[in-house]
Design a protein around this ligand. Structure first.
Ligand SMILES: C[S@@+](CC[C@H](N)C(=O)[O-])C[C@H]1O[C@@H](n2cnc3c(N)ncnc32)[C@H](O)[C@@H]1O
Length: 222
């Protein structure tokens, strides 16, 4: 029996919620960006590739969408404005807070969750989802967490669901943030083909950035 005056040690977090050293360094680097003010990627502009999927010729009918690494919520709010039921996740609480403010200011409903896209089981985001959107989140996820990311989406995907992902290719000019080793890895089509079993890589379109970037479209098998 516990001594009545004994100080109880806090319960250790379940193993899956614990970040390892590499994940901690990613977390710290991302927090620094949001603490410093407006991160460089936070343009407030919805990319034409997402607009085409939502409004273009042969647009997807609105359904349920999950955005991974939603930042301050520009694209989650865009999807909600266009009739999608949106859940959006980000690792950094400040980003999620700003996304909540943005959705409220725009008068749209988005379920905004503070959490890890590689640990979706710990969040209330059961799906099934018809669309997953990832603008530059996966390409910064440490390599050893990427199978968990792919499994999380695969378990939540409706038959025929799409994944639209933008990512940086392997960094050709050296890593701009050397303490975050995973950021040099980027993402390639071959990696996605190998990792997303049960999905088809439908399209790879190079981005317009000065370094190699890509828009990937994948479809979950029906
Ligand atoms: C390059 S930023 C892009 C943000 C947003 N998609 C945009 O375009 O403005 C990548 C985002 O992914 C988030 N992120 C990185 N790893 C994550 C993870 N494992 N789970 C959830 N969010 C993550 C970061 O906090 C950051 O907001």
């Amino acid at each position: 029996m516990d001594h009545p005056n004994a100080t109880r040690k806090p319960e250790p977090a379940p193993a899956s919620t614990r970040r390892d050293a590499e994940e901690e360094s990613v977390h710290r680097a991302l927090e620094r960006f949001y603490r410093a003010g407006k991160p460089p990627w936070d343009t407030g502009v919805t990319p034409p590739e997402l607009i085409a999927l939502v409004e273009g010729h042969g647009a997807l009918p609105p359904g349920r969408a999950l955005e991974l690494g939603c930042g301050t919520g520009t694209n989650a709010a865009y999807l909600a404005r266009h009739g999608w039921e949106v859940t959006a996740v980000d690792l950094i609480d400040r980003a999620v807070d700003q996304a909540k403010e943005k959705a409220a200011a725009e008068g749209v409903e988005v379920r905004l969750l503070h959490g890890d896209a590689t640990r979706l089981d710990e969040l209330d985001a059961p799906g099934p989802f018809d669309l997953f959107f990832d603008l530059s989140c996966y390409c910064g996820v440490p390599l050893h967490r990427r199978d968990a990311y792919a499994a999380g989406l695969t378990h939540r995907a409706a038959p025929g669901a799409r994944l639209l992902m933008f990512g940086y290719g392997p960094e050709p000019l050296g890593n701009p943030t050397p303490e975050v080793t995973s950021w040099a890895a980027g993402v390639t089509a071959d990696e996605l083909r190998a990792r997303f079993t049960g999905w088809e890589l439908l399209d790879v379109t190079p981005g317009t950035n000065p370094v190699p970037t890509f828009w990937f479209t994948l479809r979950r098998n029906a």
